[in-house]
Design a protein around this ligand. Structure first.
Ligand code: AP5
Ligand code: MG
Length: 192
């Protein structure tokens, strides 16, 4: 099993690089943000709850998102060669839960790929995508909240995973291809 976390701020390229990694290694992609947006579109009870948080740029409560992740793994990724976790974990509690979920299934995390991009570029990318696709949380007010939430609640995971020797820092600027090659080189070096 090759289980990877794609870690980084809103707009750092987690979704873009996940798509390339699943192609390269034949992995299953779980983006908790995409799963939530699908629930919102289908107006499920979870979607109705999640929309209130996403619109503000706040995190969905840990218990809800952890239960959701566990269900997606068991219902959709049972036979996968490995999973790319995109946008999960975002809190220490989620990181601890992920470790347990994988251990219970006889598996573990191989690496946490951290896409590092400065805030000015993040804001440019998200505003541009907001104009192009109309994604509801890509507006200046919500972007600011998402970046604050990232700094306060999610960024501490960099230290957490660095201490475990699992964090792989990646310069997240340049072309998509350049960044992808840096990630692949980093993963292959880690796997030995
Ligand atoms: P989520 O959907 O995960 O959004 P996010 O973290 O804000 O990140 P984005 O999807 O906006 O960016 P990305 O890093 O995937 O970058 P992308 O590749 O798209 O979460 C949304 C919300 O759901 C959260 O705010 C929260 O409310 C909730 N949620 C989700 N997970 C949760 C969890 N675990 N716990 C609690 N709540 C949770 O790229 C961005 C743009 O830049 C694109 O337009 C792309 O084309 C462009 N781009 C990519 N790479 C480059 C490059 N190298 N150069 C120039 N442009 C680039
Ligand atoms: Mg994304």
């Amino acid at each position: 099993m090759l289980n990877l976390v794609l870690f980084g701020a809103p707009g750092s390229g987690k979704g873009t690089q996940s798509a390339k990694l699943i192609d390269r290694y034949g992995l299953y992609h779980i983006s908790t943000g995409e799963v939530l947006r699908d629930h919102i579109a289908r107006k499920t009870p979870l979607g109705i709850t999640a929309e209130k948080y996403i619109t503000k740029g706040h995190l969905i409560p840990d218990e809800l998102i952890i239960e959701l992740l566990e269900n997606v793994i068991d219902e959709q990724a049972q036979d996968a060669k490995g999973i790319v976790f995109d946008g999960f974990p975002r809190t220490i509690a989620q990181a601890e839960a992920l470790e347990k979920i994988l251990a219970d299934r006889g598996s573990k995390l191989e690496a946490v790929v951290g896409l590092e991009v400065d805030e000015e570029e993040l804001i440019d990318r998200l505003l541009k995508r907001g104009q192009e696709t109309g994604r509801a949380d890509d507006n200046m007010e919500t972007i600011k909240n998402r970046l604050d939430v990232y700094q306060n609640q999610t960024h501490p995971l960099k230290e957490y995973y660095s201490a475990k020797g699992q964090y792989l820092p990646i310069k997240g600027t340049g072309t998509v291809e350049e960044i992808f090659h840096t990630i692949v080189d980093g993963i292959e070096e880690k796997l030995g």
